[in-house]
Write a protein that binds this ligand. Structure first.
Ligand SMILES: [Fe+2]
Ligand SMILES: [Fe+2]
Length: 191
């Protein structure tokens, strides 16, 4: 279990941006300069690519749930896509969180102790996101196991709602993580 966060404004659910205390390195390495940095095409680019892939997969999962609800995607085709794309998204995200929590965050926190608490905040975000991952699996299974088409569409509507909430919180996490991580990666030429 993650330790309780010290300030409510650090919680993923209510946070609006990376807290100012954790923007110390970002101030010297603003987002506009990342792509032009001499070391961008290593771990920094890889990290952003992974995040882009998660954003795109979740958007596609949401669009396809809409297509299932409005009938433009047949139940059988939807089931195949949901199973394939859903497991790719969930397995990818769980593995990604694991390597961040176990390897990258401790290393980056050691390199920049002044913002070490920021990495604890990101670790806590992962715990919050794991609740959403469980809800995703349950919601997706409810669509696939529904007894008839009406029940499946109802389950797809609930799943679609869940994906919207997931998108909002994942977007917040990914953006704040990029603002915390990328400046440290570029400054210390990590990777
Ligand atoms: Fe993360
Ligand atoms: Fe990440």
């Amino acid at each position: 279990m993650a330790e309780p966060l010290p300030h409510p404004d650090l919680a993923l659910e209510t946070r609006l941006q990376l807290p100012a205390d954790y923007q110390l390195i970002l101030a010297d390495y603003p987002r506009e300069g990342w792509q032009g940095h001499v070391d961008f095409n290593g771990l920094a680019a890889f990290w952003l690519d992974r995040h882009l892939e998660f954003r795109q997969l979740l958007q596609r999962l949401r669009s396809e749930a809409e297509a299932r609800i409005d009938g433009s995607l047949a139940p059988e085709a939807y089931a195949v896509r949901l199973q394939r794309m859903g497991s790719r998204f969930l397995n990818g995200l769980v593995g990604h969180h694991q390597i961040e929590d176990d390897a990258y965050f401790p290393e980056l926190a050691r390199l920049e102790p002044s913002i070490a608490r920021g990495f604890e905040m990101l670790d806590s975000d992962h715990h919050a996101l794991h609740g959403l991952i469980e809800g995703f699996a349950e919601g997706g299974n409810a669509v696939l196991m529904a007894a008839d088409d009406a029940a499946a569409r109802e389950a797809a509507a609930a799943f679609h709602n869940h994906l919207g909430r997931f998108q909002r919180l994942l977007a917040r996490h990914l953006e704040d993580e990029e603002d915390l991580v990328l400046p440290v990666v570029l400054k210390h030429r990590v990777g």
